[in-house]
Design a protein around this ligand. Structure first.
Ligand SMILES: NC(=O)c1ccc[n+]([C@@H]2O[C@H](COP(=O)([O-])OP(=O)(O)OC[C@H]3O[C@@H](n4cnc5c(N)ncnc54)[C@H](O)[C@@H]3O)[C@@H](O)[C@H]2O)c1
Length: 317
């Protein structure tokens, strides 16, 4: 499916952005006889996060191969990218020509084997240990030796995922925030075997994507979701116990705590299935009842009310 690649030199010259290459990244490839920089980024999963990561990488001059299970899902992912870039055009941050050029750097595929030419692979599939583990076993066979595998998991142990591959030293967490094109932070998580070089290459890649990397160690939920998700879960408990309406709960947190979004609005943006999966990882990982997911959250997920992506969550869309 889709789209012709630009030659690298042309891609570098496109748009207003300078493609910077750090000495760490140059070494990473020179030592392995590679092209000298991260040229092609593989992204697996074209949902909310994968499409955002692909958009940003292409926008910053990299070629992107994005993979999902079928063409219909990929089309949805590409539509998200198109909409995101169009927003930039409408706000005059991007010209129509730059938008076309950005899109032309993205190739969409359904066979993970097509990620074999990637210089760096970012996984953004569903938050499920079995799904991710099976996928990483496969990616380990597909990716060239030395290529770093990164997971955008919100909470699952990087050490555990790394251990299913033969390259735990070249495995790392690269946790982008939603929506990826807007949010500055990338939480970079070292697994037990992640090398300093892997960390440095990943940190520099995040910077090249215009993001601010923050280093954390591997623990359930890392920092972001260990702090955020119990707050969201508590907001769901407040609703469950009829303390207030969804709007009132969100208003209290927005106006009272200066949060830009209320916790229930944010849960709908993140996806209630993702929130539940993260709470389960915290609950199992810490073995502590304070992380038990609210029954109402489970009920909504069972009903298929997953938030914005399904048209209904705590609010209707
Ligand atoms: N939603 C958020 O706010 C958020 C924020 C940060 C991190 N994350 C994490 O990012 C990851 C993706 O989340 P999302 O919100 O984009 O989910 P999503 O449900 O929107 O998309 C997941 C995509 O993965 C695809 N997929 C599943 N199995 C696959 C496989 N074997 N091969 C290829 N594609 C496969 C699905 O078809 C789907 O398109 C999760 O690990 C999640 O925890 C999510």
């Amino acid at each position: 499916m889709l789209l012709q690649f630009y030659a690298w030199r042309e891609a570098r010259a496109i748009g207003a952005m300078e493609v910077l290459t750090s000495p760490v990244e140059l070494n990473y490839f020179r030592e392995r006889g590679g092209p000298g920089l991260i040229d092609i980024v593989g992204v697996i999963g074209s949902g909310a996060m994968g499409s955002g990561i692909a958009q940003v990488a292409a926008r910053f001059g990299m070629k992107v191969i994005i993979c999902d299970v079928d063409d219909a899902i990929l089309r949805k992912g590409l539509a998200i990218i198109d909409k995101g870039l169009q927003r930039d055009v409408d706000k005059e941050r991007l010209s129509e020509a730059e938008k076309r050029e950005t899109i032309s750097r993205i190739r969409a595929v359904t066979d993970p084997a097509d990620l074999s030419s990637s210089d760096f692979i970012i996984e953004a599939v569903s938050e499920d240990l079995t799904v991710k583990s099976n996928l990483f076993k496969r990616l380990d066979q597909i990716a060239r030796p030395g290529v770093i595998l990164a997971s955008n998991t919100s909470s699952i142990s990087i050490t555990k995922l790394a251990a299913v591959t033969h390259r735990p030293d070249r495995f790392i967490g690269m946790h982008f925030m939603n929506p990826v094109p807007v949010m500055k932070l990338v939480e970079i998580i070292r697994g037990a075997a992640t090398t300093g070089e892997t960390f440095a290459v990943t940190r520099d890649l995040a910077s090249r994507l215009g993001k601010t990397p923050v280093e954390v160690n591997d623990a359930p939920g890392f920092v972001s979701n260990r702090v955020l998700m119990p707050m969201i879960n508590e907001a769901v408990f407040a609703l469950y116990e009829s303390v207030a309406t969804p709007r009132a709960i969100d208003d209290v947190m927005k106006m009272g705590m200066n949060h830009p979004m209320g916790p229930l609005e944010l849960a709908d943006l993140i996806g209630l299935d993702v929130c539940l999966a993260i709470m389960n990882v915290l609950y199992d990982g810490f073995n502590d009842s304070k992380y038990r997911p609210c029954p109402l959250l489970k009920k909504y997920v069972d009903a298929g009310w997953l938030g914005r992506k399904s048209g209904r969550g705590f609010y209707q869309y």
